[in-house]
Write a protein that binds this ligand. Structure first.
Ligand code: NAP
Length: 262
C-alpha cells in the first residue's frame, strides 16, 4: 500500500489515476486549483472515504505545492509516489497570436509547476530515504513539432529534459524519477479550449479521424500507468501507453475504430 500525491487530479487522467490507486488500496491526495473538489468527483470516490484527501493547490505557486506536500505528509506519514500531472494547453492558434496570459499559463503550469513540484518532492523524499517522482509528458516530449501547438510542445519538451536530468541527479539515492507518456486521451484538455468552451479541433474531420484511431479514455490509460508505477523501482523509466508499435497496429486495424470516441 503506497501513499500517492497527484497534482491536477480533479478530472481527466489525474482523477482516473487517483481512482486506480485507491482501487489498488493506496492512500491518495487529490488536488486542483479550486478550494473544494467537485461534488461529482467526491461522489465517485464515496466508497474510499478515509483513503483520500483533497488539497487545494495551484502548481504555479511554490508555496501552494509546499502546502500540498506538508498536508499529505501530515495525513499519510510518508509519500511514496508524487505525480506532476497538472497541465494546460493554449488556444489552437499560431505562437505569435497567443495572448500573454495563455503564454504565461502554459509555461508556469507545465514547466515551472512541474519543476517546483519535483524540487519539493525530491527534497522531501531524500529526507525520508525513498520515493518516486513522475511527470506527465505530452506532444513535444519526443521533439515532434505541430503547428499551433508549439508553446505546449515547448513545455513538454522541457519537461522531458528536466525529468531525464533529475533522474541523473538522483542516481543512487533511493529516490527515482520517471515519465508517463499517455498518447491521446478523451479529456477536457482535448474537447475544450483553455476557457472551457468547446475546442475547435474536435470538429476538424482530420483530427477526429486520427483521434478515433489513436485516442483512448483516460480510465484505460490510468489502469496501465498505475499498475506499472506500483511495480516500478527503476530510475529514469518512461512508462508509455501509445508506443510506436501500438500506433502502427491501430492504423492497421483503423476500420474497426471509426467514431469510437468523438
Ligand atoms: N488529454 C490528452 O490527450 C493528453 C495527451 C498528452 C498529455 N496530456 C497531459 O496530461 C495531463 C492531464 O491532462 P488531462 O488530459 O487529464 O487534462 P484535463 O482533463 O484538462 O485536466 C487537467 C487537470 O489539471 C489541473 N490544473 C490545470 N492547471 C492547474 C494549475 N495551475 N494548478 C493545479 N492544477 C491545475 C485541473 O484541475 P483544476 O481545473 O481543478 O485546477 C485538472 O485536474 C496534462 O499534463 C496534459 O498535458 C494530456
Amino acid at each position: 500500500m503506497k501513499n500517492v500525491v497527484i497534482t491536477g487530479s480533479t478530472r481527466g487522467i489525474g482523477f482516473s489515476m487517483a481512482k486506480e490507486f485507491l482501487k489498488a488500496g493506496c492512500n491518495v491526495t487529490l488536488s486542483g486549483r479550486s478550494e473544494a473538489m467537485p461534488e461529482a468527483a467526491h461522489a465517485e470516490l464515496a466508497s474510499y472515504e478515509g483513503k483520500y484527501i483533497y488539497i487545494q493547490c495551484n502548481v504555479q505557486e511554490k508555496a501552494s505545492l509546499h502546502n500540498l506536500w506538508d498536508a499529505s505528509m501530515e495525513r499519510w506519514g510518508s509519500i511514496d509516489i508524487w505525480i506532476n500531472n497538472a497541465g494546460q494547453n493554449t488556444p489552437h492558434v499560431f505562437s505569435w497570436e497567443t495572448g500573454e496570459t495563455y503564454t504565461a499559463n502554459v509555461i508556469k503550469t507545465n514547466i515551472l509547476g512541474m519543476i517546483y513540484g519535483s524540487q519539493i518532492a525530491a527534497a522531501g523524499m531524500l529526507k525520508q530515504g525513498h520515493g518516486a517522482i513522475y511527470s506527465m509528458e505530452g506532444l513535444g516530449s519526443n521533439n515532434m513539432i505541430q503547428v499551433k501547438t508549439i508553446l505546449y510542445g515547448t513545455s513538454k519538451c522541457a519537461l522531458t529534459y528536466f525529468m531525464k536530468g533529475l533522474a541523473r541527479e538522483l542516481k543512487g539515492t533511493g529516490v527515482i524519477a520517471g515519465r508517463l507518456s499517455p498518447g491521446m486521451m478523451l479529456t477536457d484538455f482535448i474537447t475544450k479550449n483553455p476557457d472551457g468552451e468547446q475546442s475547435e479541433v474536435i470538429t476538424d474531420e482530420k483530427f477526429r479521424k486520427i483521434f478515433n484511431i489513436l485516442g483512448d479514455r483516460p480510465e484505460t490509460v490510468a489502469k496501465f500507468f498505475v499498475s506499472k508505477m506500483l511495480s516500478n523501482n527503476k530510475n529514469d523509466t518512461q512508462i508509455a501507453w501509445l508506443t510506436n508499435r501500438k500506433a502502427a497496429w491501430r492504423f492497421m486495424t483503423a476500420g474497426f475504430r471509426r467514431d469510437r470516441l468523438i
